[in-house]
Ligand binder design. Structure first.
Ligand SMILES: *Cc1c(COP(=O)(O)O)cnc(C)c1O
Length: 394
């Protein structure tokens, strides 16, 4: 298999190099408060059939990957949810069981290997929480030095986790966008690799592995995929994986891919309607998809158009209800951003054929953000002084 970069804006091709992150031509027009311009995508050329090895479709040799078991996550066939919704081919891909408990490990894993291949021992990034703790964990396994910039509001668990892995952790006085700028500046001064999502082409490329796994687990591509969206990199990764399989002739057509946003942090949704990204301050209970300016915005919009994808929104209440339903009816405890994808599926059930193969991506573990998860559970645990009181309650 041969690999090169192609600019997602001007289609110019480049050799893959560790110091080339964005298209030198298109990035000249970059402004501060807009999505990343000149995002480079990995292009592959070669042949494969349905029995491909996931590593063979990645641009870094297997020997550089750290010894931490990323990916290969289970595909659930949730019986109660199938009954409840009437969708007998509903599946949930649980990426909360990755080593650092989120989908982000797929990107960190490839970035770490890419850095190793080029003898780079230091990686910096901005994160709302999960990317940071993920890079910290994967970097610990690889013996790389990791420096993280987090917004003021990052949940405690994600912060503590990153520190436990031994990373340098900085909280910035401001939001994710400020952390993003700080991390780029830091990398410029200090050297090493920057793992900022979308900006480093290996982030989207690593995330494509989820689609490759879905194909392997289902022995076909799903008809529909639901993915929660903040910066739009997981979304792009999902598209990329299936697009690679189409290119290689392994599958005939792309699934319909739904991008699910929080109603109160819906930059991509708004841009799809208006064609432009506005820098509006947003908030949602799903902190991992709380993004004012989606870094992969331009590229994500292009992909949605090209492959007839959909962008939908769900309310915070719907997200919290979906989180509780997944936990209580399937036994799957996912963080609000993970549950958003399921809430999106629930809102679309009237529009999808009941026998369709539907894959919902749950992207992070529920224990990542206990304060959000506790919102609906307030007052549900009673203090008792005797067993009689407990029996009376039930
Ligand atoms: C990062 C993240 C997302 C969103 O991914 P984007 O690439 O930012 O769209 C969704 N869920 C979880 C748990 C995440 O950590």
């Amino acid at each position: 298999m041969k690999f090169n970069y192609i600019c997602t804006q001007c289609s110019k091709q480049y050799d893959i190099k560790p110091d080339l992150m964005v298209c030198p031509v298109c990035s000249k027009a970059q402004k501060g408060d807009e999505p990343v311009r000149g995002i480079l995508e990995v292009e592959l050329d070669g042949s494969a059939d349905g029995s491909f090895d996931v590593f063979d479709l990645l641009p870094v040799d297997k020997k550089y990957f750290p010894s931490i078991p990323v990916g290969g996550t289970p595909l659930w066939a949730p019986e109660n949810l199938r009954k409840k919704t009437g969708f007998k081919n509903l599946y949930i891909k649980d990426d909360g069981v990755n080593p650092t408990f989120s989908f982000k490990d797929r990107a960190s894993f490839l970035v770490s290997a890419f850095a190793k291949m080029h003898g780079i021992g230091e990686i910096a990034l901005a994160s709302t929480g999960n990317a940071g703790s993920s890079m910290a964990g994967v970097g610990a396994a690889a013996g790389q030095k990791i420096t993280i910039f987090l917004p003021e509001t990052a949940p405690e668990a994600k912060l503590v986790q990153a520190m436990q892995y031994g990373a340098n952790v900085f909280r910035v006085k401001g939001n994710y966008d400020l952390a993003y700028d700080f991390s780029l500046e830091y990398s410029k001064i200090k050297g090493g690799m920057n793992r900022n999502t979308a900006y480093n082409p290996m982030t989207i490329e690593g995330k494509k592995t989820v689609s490759l796994e879905l194909f392997k687990q289902l022995h076909q591509a799903p008809d529909y995929v639901f993915v929660s969206t903040g910066d739009g990199c997981i979304l792009a990764g999902v598209f990329k994986g299936f697009a690679d399989l189409v290119k290689l002739g392994v599958i005939k057509k792309m699934p319909v891919i739904y991008s699910v946003q929080a109603e109160t942090s819906d930059a991509l949704y708004r841009a799809e309607k208006t064609g432009k990204f506005e820098n509006i301050s947003t908030s949602t209970v799903a902190d991992s998809i709380c993004v004012d300016v989606p870094r992969n915005g331009y590229h994500a919009l292009k992909l949605l158009k090209e492959h007839d994808g959909r962008v939908i929104r769900v309310s915070d209440d719907a997200i919290l209800n979906a989180q509780h339903e997944l936990a209580s009816a399937a036994g799957l405890f996912t963080e609000p951003a993970g549950a958003a994808a399921y809430a999106g599926f629930i809102s679309e059930t009237g529009k999808i054929e009941k026998d369709a193969v539907v894959a919902v991506l749950c992207t992070g573990n529920g224990l990542k953000d206990v304060s959000s998860a506790s919102k609906l559970m307030k007052g549900k645990s009673k203090m008792i002084a005797s067993v009689e009181e407990a029996i009376k309650e039930i």
